[in-house]
Write a protein that binds this ligand. Structure first.
Ligand SMILES: *Cc1c(COP(=O)(O)O)cnc(C)c1O
Length: 396
């Protein structure tokens, strides 16, 4: 919002409508254009050479970004409350590039046990192969993480809440312990969309979002964004340059377009998610509901302290029903589609198996569990769909 730089600071929803665009610089057109670019040409040798010496966030070759890419990066940095952002072709590439930026052979990293499974696969595979040692830690460890930090611990990775099991972490306590020992604090902030949690005011150095989810918001784009404190920008951008990864400009445009309506969508995801969660909690087929805004969710008190709201993603633990009964429940749903991912306008549900994807903490629930993404449909229609599903569950 170049034009308003000297005016009073704006509130979040206003920032979301204006950040990263400047109609005055673009014929008065509201949205930034999509620059499809590989080659950038220069009028003289002097300008060409000066461009190569300029910082990375300067337009000189398509792989390093275009004005479209940079518009998205400015907007996401404003959303997250960080200094600078880097767009990448997926959330996972944002995670992988970040980890590779701060870890080298002989280093040690602490990764939360509830993390998104492909993050774990990356750590156990590629990072381990490069000689980085990884220790997983209990998401509820809080300040006691200090006991796991070694002289060579360079990075602590958080994901709060975990996107399958929803433990809310004590981000400030973990960040404080990590920074006291010189480790960089990285958080996967996808669940809150950056809309309901401000990582940089809770001690985080690098915040990652799978913009594929709530930011793009329409299930039609793969996109990741890493937001950093400005001191760390060069380090992460250098890694993305070395790896040769860059987000596609059409995806950046879709991300920016999705971000403009985040302020309207997130409260609706929250409202519908809570309505479904409360309705499910009262059902006899349900053992418990893991939703950060409900007291039975581990870390609920921390959610109350640190978050300003909840997105529409949560899990439901059922009483002990056989697998085929759960399949009967899910297979017959009319509105909830069976699909990974979340954050789009449409509701989704998937069976989850947390025991398979953790190594240092125990998933305590004997019954089967499902994860729900509450979309933008009418909540009462969604409840009727679930009610019919629970009937199939008990009948099977
Ligand atoms: C989906 C997801 C990712 C990865 O994002 P992609 O864009 O699918 O690569 C990372 N973290 C979390 C929590 C996610 O849900």
């Amino acid at each position: 919002m170049a034009k308003d730089n000297n005016k009073r600071p704006k509130r979040r929803d206003t920032v979301l409508a204006h950040a990263g665009r400047d109609p005055g610089a673009n014929h008065g057109i509201v949205n930034p254009p999509v620059y499809h670019a590989s080659t950038v040409v220069f009028p003289t040798v002097a300008k060409l050479e000066a461009s190569q010496a300029a910082p990375f966030d300067h337009i000189h070759y398509g792989r390093y970004g275009t004005p479209t890419t940079m518009a998205l990066e400015q907007a996401v940095a404003a959303l997250e409350g960080g200094d600078k952002a880097i767009s990448l072709p997926s959330g996972l590439s944002a995670i992988a590039c970040t980890l590779q930026s701060f870890l080298k052979a002989g280093d040690h990293a602490l990764i939360v046990d509830s993390t998104y499974f492909p993050t774990r696969r990356f750590c156990n595979g590629l990072l381990a192969g490069f000689g980085v040692e990884v220790t997983y830690y209990d998401p509820l460890i809080g300040a006691k993480i200090a006991g796991l930090i070694r002289p060579n611990t360079r990075l602590v990775f958080l994901e709060s809440p975990g996107s399958l099991t929803f433990e809310v972490q004590d981000v400030p306590a973990i960040a404080k312990a990590a920074r006291a020992r010189g480790a960089v604090v990285v958080m996967d902030n996808t669940w809150s969309a950056g809309y309901y949690f401000q990582p940089f005011s809770h001690g985080v150095d690098v915040s990652i979002q799978a913009a594929t989810k709530f930011i793009a918001g329409h299930s039609d784009a793969m996109l990741g964004v890493v937001t950093v404190r400005k001191e760390l920008y060069e380090q992460v951008k250098t890694t993305t340059a070395n790896l040769g990864v860059c987000a596609g400009v059409d995806e950046c445009y879709l991300g920016l377009r999705g971000l403009r309506s985040l302020a309207a969508r997130m409260p609706r995801h929250q409202e519908t998610g809570l309505k479904l969660a409360r309705w499910l909690k009262a059902r006899p087929e349900v053992a418990c509901v893991l939703h950060p805004a409900l007291p039975e969710c581990p870390g609920h008190e921390l959610w109350k302290r640190d978050f300003t709201g909840a997105s529409g993603l949560f899990s439901v633990v059922l009483k002990e029903f056989p697998k085929k009964a759960v399949a009967a429940m899910l297979d017959g749903l009319e509105l909830f589609a069976l699909g990974f991912s979340w954050g789009g306008f449409e509701s989704l549900i998937v069976p989850i198996y947390p025991t398979k994807v953790r190594s240092v903490t125990r998933w305590p629930h004997p019954g089967p569990a499902v994860r729900i993404h509450a979309g933008l449909e009418d909540a009462d229609d969604l409840i009727e769909d679930l009610a019919a599903g629970l009937k199939r569950l008990t009948a099977a």
